[in-house]
Design a protein around this ligand. Structure first.
Ligand code: HPA
Length: 267
């Protein structure tokens, strides 16, 4: 699996990342803060999925944050673009094969927990992924991981502690909670959000959980940070728009960049 894609990358660079970072909707600005050694567009990699979502540039940036070697995905692959779960996690697996052992997933999400405000950060403590198909379905690649991986600690307690203590140092009030991935691309109905709250979700989005599943399968230590870009449907009365999601992400960008940069240095 992924031999062709790895061969293409290795013709360009022998970069071996320590940490992979996925930048969510509107959060791509972090890429400007990295001293980049090499940039590779997904569209140039053979048989590789391409990001079509607005504000997702669709490229890998290889470089450094402090003394950590990072591979940043400026743009992810979503199920709602029509890709299979397995295609959506190809970049995560490719970065693992390149050498990354830790993964930071970020996203913009709708706040369900009544204590959350627009613009809050939430460190992900666990997820609910059972409403979308698993990327691990189908033949298992034993070179990547085991057939039946344990999911009792998808988000590493060690990394959660680092993100929390970094937030405190940066004077950022960070929330903790459970992320629910739904399929999108439509936002949810009030009834769906009511259900989501009842089953224990604090925030909802259209990504991340399947990436975390694939990441645990192939042996990453995983962390996740959600930006609450809007209140989920029915939590607030106003309709949700992609514009609102992006505007919040832009507004909190400087804080987000700081939190991610300083956290990653301690990973
Ligand atoms: N629902 C689903 N996905 C999202 C939301 C939301 O409210 N906000 C940002 N991504």
């Amino acid at each position: 699996m992924l031999e062709k894609q790895l061969e293409y990358i290795r013709k360009i660079t022998d970069f071996k990342p320590d940490i992979a970072i996925v930048l969510g909707s509107g959060l791509g600005g972090l890429a400007d803060e990295i001293s980049a050694e090499c940039v590779i567009n997904y569209r140039d990699i053979p048989d590789f999925p391409v990001s079509t979502a607005p504000s997702h540039k669709g490229r890998f940036i290889f470089g450094k944050i402090g003394d950590k070697k990072v591979a940043v995905m400026q743009g992810r692959i979503h199920l709602y673009e029509g890709y299979s779960p397995c295609e959506a996690v190809m970049p995560i697996r490719l970065l693992r094969i390149m050498g990354a052992k830790k993964l930071l997933l970020t996203n913009a999400s709708g706040g369900i927990n009544k204590g959350f405000n627009v613009g809050d950060f939430m460190v992900i403590t666990d997820h609910i992924s059972c409403f979308v198909p698993s990327p691990l379905r189908g033949q298992n690649d034993d070179c990547l991981g085991t057939r039946f991986p344990d999911m009792s600690e998808v988000y590493s307690k060690r990394l959660i502690n680092i993100v929390e203590s970094t937030a405190e140092k940066c004077s950022i009030n960070i929330k903790k909670g459970i992320y629910l991935q739904l399929g999108g691309p439509n936002f949810e109905t009030p009834a769906e959000i009511k259900m989501a709250g009842l089953i224990g979700a604090d925030a909802v989005g259209m990504s991340t959980a399947i990436e975390a599943q694939a990441a645990v399968h192939c042996g990453y230590e995983v962390a996740g940070i959600s930006v609450i870009s809007n209140l989920a449907c029915g939590i607030s009365d106003s309709p949700i728009t992609a514009k609102e999601v992006e505007e919040t992400a832009n507004r909190i960008a400087p804080l987000f960049v700081n939190l991610v940069k300083e956290s990653v240095k301690e990973f």
